[in-house]
Design a protein around this ligand. Sequence first.
Ligand SMILES: CC(=O)N[C@H]1[C@@H](OP(=O)(O)OP(=O)(O)OC[C@H]2O[C@@H](n3ccc(=O)[nH]c3=O)[C@H](O)[C@@H]2O)O[C@H](CO)[C@@H](O)[C@@H]1O[C@H](C)C(=O)N[C@@H](C)C(=O)N[C@H](CCC(=O)O)C(=O)O
Ligand SMILES: Nc1ncnc2c1ncn2[C@@H]1O[C@H](COP(=O)(O)OP(=O)(O)OP(=O)(O)O)[C@@H](O)[C@H]1O
Ligand SMILES: N[C@H](CCC[C@H](N)C(=O)O)C(=O)O
Ligand SMILES: [Mg+2]
Length: 495
Amino acid sequence: MTNAASPTHPLSALLADVAVRRQHGATNPIIQALTLDSRQAGPGTVFFALRGAQTDGHQFIGKAVALGAAAVVCEEMPAEQQADTLYIEVADSATAMARMAATFYGHPSRQLKLVGITGTNGKTTCATLLHKLFRELGYHVGLLSTVQNQIDEEVIPATHTTPDAIRLNELLARMVRAGCTHTFMEVSSHAVVQHRVTGLRFAGGIFTNLSHDHLDYHGTFDNYLRAKKGFFDALDKNAFALTNADDKRGPVMLQNTAAARETYSLRGPATFRARLIENAVHGLHLDVDGRDAQFRLIGVFNAYNLLAVYGAAVLLGEDATEVLTVLSGLTSAPGRFEPLLAPKSRITGIVDYAHTPDALENVLSTIADIRQPSQQVITVVGCGGNRDAAKRPVMANLACQGSARVVLTSDNPRFEDPNEILRQMQAGVQAPDLGKVLTIPDRREAIKTAVALAQPGDIVLVAGKGHETYQEIQGVRAEFDDRKVLAEMFDLLGK
Ligand SMILES: CC(=O)N[C@H]1[C@@H](OP(=O)(O)OP(=O)(O)OC[C@H]2O[C@@H](n3ccc(=O)[nH]c3=O)[C@H](O)[C@@H]2O)O[C@H](CO)[C@@H](O)[C@@H]1O[C@H](C)C(=O)N[C@@H](C)C(=O)N[C@H](CCC(=O)O)C(=O)O
Ligand SMILES: Nc1ncnc2c1ncn2[C@@H]1O[C@H](COP(=O)(O)OP(=O)(O)OP(=O)(O)O)[C@@H](O)[C@H]1O
Ligand SMILES: N[C@H](CCC[C@H](N)C(=O)O)C(=O)O
Ligand SMILES: [Mg+2]
């Protein structure tokens, strides 16, 4: 796990910010790598035993040590200990891991301007727009997002919205070495709770909005809100905290932060204000802080994303006029309201990552705002398995409210039975809507059917998977790209 750029440190040097409860073993080994997975342990590594959702890393301490781990950080000392291994007991392994990872990689977050974006929807869009914007303004820029990580134009695949603390600091260190001055990253609620971002220095934080998602993980909406707020509570006084004043939970985010409190709004007084002039097929027309601006992005929700991005750029010291000029030319993130026109029939396909009720409602109301009365909307949608089940009936109902026809299908079933997920979705369909709904578990067939149902000029929305290039069934990821399947069906059906 080491490479030429990997640092080495005596273990004692990594404990500077860590409250050690107890320590066993007299050695002070030289550390070459950190890991949270016993299977990756080896000589010169520190193994962090984390209590997870599936299992408890403490069970694997013996395995990590057998593979040669030089040190173990845990919350409970193992009964059996090896004399040549150093055991460190802390109150919280995840916090210790984040602090030690930051130290191990030389605190890369302090060497660039790091901006974190949190909220239910819009994180990828805002982070991607900020990355594109700052590239065009001439900077070297890092990006950590659901779709992919990037160092300037170099793409590094992403497995999570926010990587674990070790991977995160390693990526930030790579960005610093590549000369990046700014990095824009998504901060998921899971990341806050699991301390993936603990110990990082942020130049700023952005809040987009809060609605129903991930209640499977957080339990209650209140816990979910607290997770998001936790990110702002941890910002320091040199940072900015930029919140959406129009979101019911926007002001709460700033309640206990030490950072400079800034707001954006389309409705009232705020640090950064915009007024919607037009929301059309060809894009948004806004008045931003008294400047007239046209954008290529579509939908009122994107007016919020654009305003948040503009505000953050200005708070980072950029010139407002220049920022607006560059922003007007930018297109959205992959799989976010991505249009695809059928060549012969003028059917408009739209692929969107809406996988929450709020996002689906936004996309459908955006389509309603921009469509002609003669254009019918046909929606293909499913819900992921092993994720929040409460959203399933709600999303099916919303699809019915905003569409002429609905094809319910599978998203990523993961380890759940796709038919059971679909039954839970169907429960949300109201009696008068039953006639407009078809249920087709095979996503390819579902898309094909929607395209077959579409008349010239109609709009086919394929929601939920956006940029994803796979479908995950029973732990296996098979190649699947809504954009490709849609294009294939336009072709196959001669549309
Ligand atoms: C619910 C969740 O967040 N899970 C993450 C968590 O896994 P976990 O708690 O289930 O871990 P576990 O399997 O119980 O194992 C506990 C510990 O034992 C260790 N272990 C396990 C087995 C072994 O042989 N040896 C060993 O050392 C594991 O490495 C782990 O450290 O810690 C793992 C290591 O960091 C993550 O990969 C894993 O992400 C899973 C894959 C995941 O799906 N996460 C999603 C829900 C997620 O994080 N999503 C958010 C936001 C999404 C959004 O934007 O909407 C994200 O930031 O991506
Ligand atoms: N500001 C917004 N408000 C509401 N909905 C939005 C907003 N921005 C984007 N959306 C909708 O939410 C979907 C997801 O957007 P995006 O990927 O930017 O969010 P995210 O916060 O990164 O999501 P995730 O939690 O999955 O990483 C988009 O496809 C769009 O339908
Ligand atoms: N980051 C989100 C993405 C969900 C995307 C959707 N396609 C699904 O698989 O449920 C999650 O892991 O919950
Ligand atoms: Mg995202």
